[in-house]
Design a protein around this ligand. Structure first.
Ligand code: UDP
Length: 368
């Protein structure tokens, strides 16, 4: 007998919402459930004082893929926000990512030739054939001054682990360039949805049945029986009742403040490198949408170890966790009527555009 739904989609973040949208287009009937009291996963924004506050951390959309850019823009127009964070290090502000402005501020080098020579001199002391960890990677890419000023303390706060115990790929996310260009991303397309990210999710989920405040695990039998297939975007270890062990994540605590001033820091993102600050960055949300409100809302971001009851934000992709994930993945491959996807189900440090691309690939395969 045909079941009530073709798909029950667990989690209404980007993966689940894109899947639902594409499934509906293919004529499938979906039910999306989310344990939170709202949809959107971590891109959800809360309106405070007329400002879209990125409740689960700053999200800046960027991609090189025009098709993806057009895909998101069909639901909501994106503005031309460019992420140009600053880093406060030992009492001084510097531009990020590492570019000619940073090098000038740090060393006084004025030309690419001077800056390259300086970096060459710095990295020549750390010739590592194949960097084994984040520290080795950073030292061999940018040398000791940049590592000490902008990376080591920030990274160790962010991950709660020594930089020598972290995978090297994390630091490769940050560009290095020899132009005076403070754009944090190398991608061609970048921006924030005009009116906030909730519009993107509302567009994706338009016309689809959604239930919030529903935890799949409290009634999984029922949901499994309701649908032909489950699309699961939650934590993979939780799906298997943690039977092989618990995967580690990094969590974050967000401390919001409403300030009776128009402009607190003049920029959306300021990173606080030094370990004297327990937080890693302060986000001033109005700047994402060039807000002119009388007040401003800022958020200090305190990294924490993940534990039950906390949000799992960043997978810890070290060897130990990665091999545990690989074991879970083997189990996942045996689940015939379940599609796993997203940052938590794949235990991968995905950006938004990557999650959307992945959901589109999976749906193409599913509905071909
Ligand atoms: N990072 C750093 N200093 C900075 C910013 C980032 O050392 O000022 C390192 C840190 O380890 C971080 C990684 O680079 O986890 C990736 O940074 P990104 O800004 O991409 O992190 P996200 O915004 O995803 O938290």
């Amino acid at each position: 007998m045909k079941k009530e739904y073709d798909y029950v989609i667990v989690g209404s973040g980007l993966f689940g919402s894109v899947f639902a949208h594409e499934a509906k287009k293919a004529g499938k009937k979906c039910l999306v459930i989310d344990k939170r009291n709202h949809v959107g996963g971590n891109i959800y924004c809360e309106n405070i004082e007329g400002i879209n506050v990125h409740k689960y951390g700053a999200h800046i959309f960027h991609t090189n893929d025009k098709t993806l850019w057009n895909y998101v823009n069909q639901f909501v127009e994106f503005n031309n926000f460019t992420n140009s964070p600053l880093s406060l290090s030992k009492g001084k502000l510097y531009n990020l990512p590492f570019n000619m402005n940073t090098f000038y501020q740090l060393w006084g080098t004025k030309t690419p030739k001077e800056a390259k020579a300086k970096i060459e001199e710095q990295i020549s002391r750390y010739v590592v054939e194949k960097p084994q960890n984040l520290e080795e990677q950073a030292l061999s890419l940018v040398g000791k001054d940049i590592y000490d000023n902008f990376i080591k303390e920030y990274t160790e706060k962010q991950w709660g682990r020594k930089a020598t115990e972290l995978p090297s790929f994390i630091i490769k996310r940050i560009p290095i360039r020899f132009t005076f260009d403070n754009n944090y991303f190398n991608d061609t397309y970048q921006g924030i949805p005009i009116g906030g990210y909730n519009k993107l999710i509302e567009g994706l989920l338009d016309g689809i049945e959604v239930l919030t405040n529903i935890d799949y695990f409290t009634d999984r039998q029922k949901f499994n029986q309701l649908s032909e297939k489950i699309v699961y975007s939650g934590k993979i270890d939780e799906y298997f009742d943690y039977k092989l062990g618990v995967l580690e994540y990094r969590s974050l605590l967000f401390e919001n403040e409403i300030l009776e001033i128009e402009n607190f820091q003049g920029n959306a993102v300021v990173n606080y490198n030094d370990s004297v600050y327990d937080f890693t960055r302060i986000i001033e949300h109005k700047h994402f949408e060039f807000g002119k409100q009388k007040k401003t809302v800022i958020t200090k971001e305190y990294p924490q170890e993940w534990g039950h009851g906390k949000e799992a934000f960043y997978p810890i992709n070290d060897l130990k966790n990665q091999s545990l994930f690989n074991e879970y993945k083997k189990l996942a491959l045996k689940e015939k009527n379940v599609i796993f996807g997203g940052r938590l189900a794949e235990y991968k440090y995905y950006d938004m555009h990557q999650v959307i691309a992945l959901a589109l690939t999976k749906t193409k395969k599913e509905f071909k």
